[in-house]
Design a protein. Structure first.
Length: 122
């Protein structure tokens, strides 16, 4: 999920990095100047712990943050990647379904928190 913002990259990267940490993610890799990947998390996103789209088995998820200058603005991308396949409710073998849902929910949660942080200001 991405967007372009009328701002230099540095404050947007700092805001995105802070948001990921506030959501409980730890930075695993940092590629200067403005890219990061979080360490895997095996915790369901807040509010989804008992939702029916997943069972007890967690595939693990890592989030990424990339910021790129585009003229006088900055393109920000936040993404998520499930680390393995697990069985969803009623499934007899691992599939991509739980991972896809986890990626979507995690990305939306991170981008929403990022936008709220920008609205609050520094």
């Amino acid at each position: 999920m991405s967007g372009t913002f009328a701002s230099p990259p540095e404050p947007l990267y700092a805001a995105g990095s802070a948001v990921l940490r506030e959501l409980g993610y730890a930075v695993l890799e940092h590629a200067p100047p403005r890219e990061l990947i979080t360490a895997p998390s095996y915790v369901w996103p807040a509010g989804t712990e008992s939702e029916g789209w997943h069972g007890a088995e967690h595939p693990g998820v890592e989030l990424s943050l990339f910021t790129r200058a585009v003229g006088d603005s900055t393109h920000v991308t936040i993404g998520a990647r499930a680390l393995c396949l697990v069985r969803g409710p009623g499934e007899t073998s691992p599939s991509t379904e739980v991972g896809k849902s986890l990626e979507s929910v995690s990305t939306l949660q991170a981008m929403t928190a990022f936008l709220k942080r920008l609205q609050r200001g520094p």
